[in-house]
Design a protein around this ligand. Structure first.
Ligand SMILES: C[S@@+](CC[C@H](N)C(=O)[O-])C[C@H]1O[C@@H](n2cnc3c(N)ncnc32)[C@H](O)[C@@H]1O
Length: 425
C-alpha cells in the first residue's frame, strides 16, 4: 500500500471508529474525570488516538514524524515553563497583552512569546484578534494550567516537567553505570539520583524539609494524574462491599480515598492510610480540609513497609482488607516480594485460629498489555527514571504475588488504565 492510499485507509478507519462510538461522550468524560459511558467507548478512545497517530505517521512520512517526536520534548518544556510561571493564573478571566504579562511575571517577553507560540497551535490559549496580536486569553485547555481551576493539572505538569523530565534525561547514564558486585555493594542509582545528586530514595529525598515542596507537589500531582485515569476505578469496582477497615499500604495522601469519599462510592467502608511518617503528615494536612463525614472514614498509620521485621514495619495487623495502589511499580522484583511478604505477615498475624473469612489483598496497578495506551508507556519511563520502577505485565505481577505466598483469586478490569488483582494470603 502506498503511503497515500494507506493514509486514506486510515482516515476511513478513523471515521468508522468515531462514528461507531460516542466520541462526544468520551471527550466530555476526559474533562469531567468520569469514565466513558461503556467499556466499548473506553476502548474505542484509545484506538481512535492510536489511529490518529498512525494517520499522522502515514501523512508525514518516517523522517518528519521522527523529528517531530524528538522535538516534542520542547512542547512539553513550553507547557512546563508557561505553567510554572503562572501565565494562565495571571490572565485569569481577562485578555492580557505580552508586555503586561512580562511585567507581572518579571520575565523577558521574548521567552514568553516563544513558549506561547509553541502552545498556541496545540490549542492552549487564544490570541485575541488573531495571529501576532500577542494579546492572550484563556480557553478550555489553558484553564487546566490555572491553580484555581477545579480540574487543574498545574502540579502534575510541574512534577513531570521538573523531577520527571530531569530524571529521564539521565536514563542513559543510569543504564550505563557499572553494576556493583559483591554482597555488600550498594545498588546502582536510579536516574533521578544522578540528576539531582542525592543517595537516598526519591521518597525520602522529597520528604526532607529542604525539598518538602517537592513532596507536597508530588502528592497533588498523583491526585491530578489519577483523576484522568481514575474514573472507572472509582465506579467499576465494588468498594462499598469490602470489609472495613481497608489498610491502604503506601496510600500517599489518600488520593484514592479522596475520590471515593467525594463520590460516596465507598459506602460505609473505612480506610487506614499507611505510609512513611512525612507523607502521613502531608496526608493529615490534606484531610483536615475535608468534610467531617469524610474525615471520620479515614485513619492514619506511619511506618515503613520495607522494614526488616513485621513489628518494625508498623503495618496494621490482622485487618480484613489490604490495598496497594501504584506502589509496586516503584520497586524492583526483589523489593516487591519483600513488601508483599511483609503485608502477608501483617494480614495473617493473630488469625491462626480465626474462623473469619480470609483477608483480601487488592493490588491496583497499571498492567502492560499489547493495547496499553501512550500514557501507560510514558509513565513507565517516568517510573524507571524516578525509582528504577517498571510497569509489569499481568503475568509478571502474578508471578511476584505468588512468590510472596499469595493465591490470586481474580483480575478485575475496569474502564481505566488500572486493573485490580485480588489475592488471598
Ligand atoms: C506513587 S505513590 C502512590 C500513593 C497512593 N497509593 C496513590 O495511589 O495515590 C507511592 C507511595 O509509597 C510510599 N512509600 C515509599 N516508600 C515507602 C515505605 N518504605 N513505606 C511506606 N510507604 C512508602 C510513598 O511515600 C508514596 O506515598
Amino acid at each position: 500500500m502506498s503511503s497515500g492510499s494507506s493514509s486514506v485507509a486510515l482516515a476511513e478507519e478513523l471515521l468508522r471508529l468515531v462514528r461507531s462510538t460516542h466520541l462526544d461522550d468520551a471527550a466530555a468524560s476526559a474533562v469531567s474525570g468520569s469514565p466513558s459511558s461503556t467499556q466499548a467507548a473506553h476502548d474505542a478512545k484509545n484506538l481512535i488516538a492510536e489511529t490518529c497517530d498512525a494517520l499522522m505517521r502515514s501523512v508525514l512520512g518516517p523522517s518528519e514524524y521522527t523529528v517531530l517526536l524528538a522535538e516534542s520534548c520542547q512542547e512539553s518544556s513550553a507547557l512546563y515553563f508557561i505553567t510554572s510561571l503562572g501565565v494562565a493564573d495571571v490572565i485569569g478571566e481577562a485578555s492580557v497583552g505580552l508586555a503586561e504579562l512580562s511585567t507581572q511575571l518579571n520575565v523577558e517577553p521574548r521567552f514568553l512569546s516563544i513558549a506561547l507560540s509553541c502552545l498556541l497551535p496545540r490549542g492552549y490559549f487564544d490570541e485575541v484578534g488573531g495571529f501576532g496580536s500577542q494579546v492572550y486569553r484563556n480557553n478550555e485547555l489553558s484553564r487546566l494550567l490555572r491553580a484555581d481551576d477545579p480540574q487543574t493539572l498545574k502540579d502534575a505538569i510541574g512534577f513531570v516537567g521538573d523531577e520527571g523530565f530531569k530524571a529521564t534525561s539521565y536514563l542513559l547514564e543510569a543504564a550505563q553505570q557499572q553494576q556493583p558486585s559483591g554482597e555488600n555493594a550498594a545498588p546502582a542509582l536510579p536516574a533521578v539520583n544522578l540528576a539531582y545528586g542525592f543517595k537516598q530514595s526519591v521518597f525520602a529525598w522529597m520528604a526532607d524539609p529542604e525539598h518538602s515542596y517537592r513532596g507536597q507537589r508530588m502528592g497533588k500531582a498523583m491526585q491530578q494524574l489519577h483523576r484522568m485515569a481514575n474514573g472507572g476505578v472509582i465506579t467499576d469496582f465494588p468498594w462499598a462491599t469490602l470489609a472495613s477497615p481497608v489498610v491502604d499500604v503506601g496510600g500517599g495522601i489518600g488520593s484514592l480515598e479522596l475520590a471515593l469519599t467525594k463520590t460516596g462510592t465507598n459506602g460505609n467502608v473505612n480506610f487506614t492510610i499507611f505510609d512513611i511518617p512525612e507523607t502521613i503528615a502531608n496526608a493529615q494536612k490534606t484531610w483536615a480540609a475535608q468534610p467531617t463525614t469524610a474525615q471520620a472514614q479515614i485513619s492514619f498509620v506511619p511506618g515503613n513497609f520495607l522494614a526488616p521485621t513485621l513489628e518494625e514495619t508498623k503495618l496494621p495487623q490482622g485487618q480484613p482488607t489490604y490495598l496497594i495502589r501504584h506502589v509496586l511499580h516503584d520497586w524492583t522484583d526483589d523489593q516487591v516480594v519483600a513488601i508483599l511478604k511483609n503485608v502477608r505477615s501483617a494480614m495473617i498475624a493473630g488469625r491462626e485460629n480465626s474462623s473469619d473469612p480470609a483477608p483480601k489483598l487488592l493490588l491496583c496497578e497499571m498492567l502492560l498489555r499489547p493495547t496499553s495506551s501512550r500514557f501507560v508507556r510514558t509513565t513507565s519511563m517516568q517510573l524507571l527514571a524516578l525509582n528504577d520502577g517498571v510497569t509489569r505485565t499481568e503475568g509478571e505481577m502474578v508471578r511476584l504475588v505468588k512468590a510472596a505466598g499469595f493465591q490470586v483469586v481474580k483480575v478485575h478490569d475496569m474502564r481505566a488504565v488500572d486493573s485490580i488483582i485480588e489475592a488471598t494470603p
